[in-house]
Design a protein. Structure first.
Lengths: 79, 172
């Protein structure tokens, strides 16, 4: 595994999945404007949410890829 | 690759030894566990690789190419059987999915397979952030890890997923 060449890049994961906190998002978007390392990385990760949307949480749980949550989730993937 | 029948034999044997087993595992999923058809897919895939061996010599790594070919061979197989009504009854034809649906089913399976190769911590953060729609703070609380770890783990989880998809010939 190669490691990030910009320390801020780790925010990209939660950023593309929409989980990043609002304040962090604003801060990270300002960073993206001038960081070519993060922008390049963003391009490679950006298609993943669309690919993840082909699976539902129910299917992933049924296939034991994801453990059933003891908490009631109301998130995506239960379409 | 040096010419000559002896070298050709060695190269063909090497191709089978290196790739036949993982390709069969992959093909079995593509054919829904039908071993006969899976073996046909593997044979056809390796045969095509053999025909293109000169071009393939410059392709590294070879396996994503093989998986892509296997996937296409499997799709062609689905279509060929659909086009030959002598092999299936009308009832069976009626329930067979359309070509697009077959593609979707294969993509669907490839995604599931790629996800299953991720480590459990990686699968967990994707489950909480994406599928359960939780924020970084909520995910940190549910999983009992610091928010910073949620962030970095999600990032490396997505990188691992991207790599797993690339290995399966899925290039976004």
């Amino acid at each position: 595994m190669s490691f990030a060449r910009c320390q801020a890049s780790v925010a990209l994961g939660t950023y593309v999945l929409g989980a990043i906190d609002r304040r962090d998002r604003a801060e990270f978007e300002s960073h993206l404007v001038h960081c070519v390392v993060c922008r390049d990385e963003l391009i490679t990760l950006a298609p993943l949410p669309g690919l993840l949307s082909r699976l539902t949480l129910d299917e992933l749980e049924a296939a034991s890829v994801i453990a059933r949550s003891p908490h009631q989730g109301h998130g995506r993937g239960t379409r | 690759m040096p010419p000559g029948p002896a070298n050709d034999d060695d190269a063909l044997r090497a191709l089978f030894e290196q790739h036949a087993a993982p390709l069969l595992t992959f093909a079995l999923r593509l054919t829904g566990g039908d071993r006969g058809r899976a073996e046909d897919v593997v044979q056809e895939t390796l045969l095509r690789a053999w025909r293109h061996r000169d071009a393939l010599a410059d392709t590294r790594p070879v396996r994503p190419w093989l998986f892509t070919v296997a996937r296409n061979v499997a799709v062609d197989g689905f279509r060929a059987r659909r086009a030959r009504p002598t092999e299936v009854s009308d009832d069976a034809l009626a329930v067979l999915p359309a070509a697009d649906e077959i593609e979707q089913a294969l993509d669907h399976w490839l995604m599931l397979d790629a996800m299953s190769t991720l480590s459990r911590p990686h699968r967990e953060v994707i489950a909480e952030t994406y599928y359960r729609g939780r924020s970084v703070a909520e995910t940190a609380e549910v999983l009992g890890i610091p928010p910073g770890t949620v962030k970095s783990r999600t990032f490396y989880a997505l990188r691992a997923l991207r790599l797993a998809l690339e290995e399966r010939g899925v290039t976004a």
